[in-house]
Design a protein. Sequence first.
Length: 47
Amino acid sequence: ILRNLGGIKPIPQLKYVHGECRVSEEAFRRHAQWLWRLHCSRTIPEH
């Protein structure tokens, strides 16, 4: 499902907010948390 890990394309569920990432709870559970950290300096699950 997630193939572009080289930073070419951002993950669609990912929203950048001032260097942080806000992802839906569903997406956060569905995908490995380490993968979000590749794209974000800090990861914040949305509630």
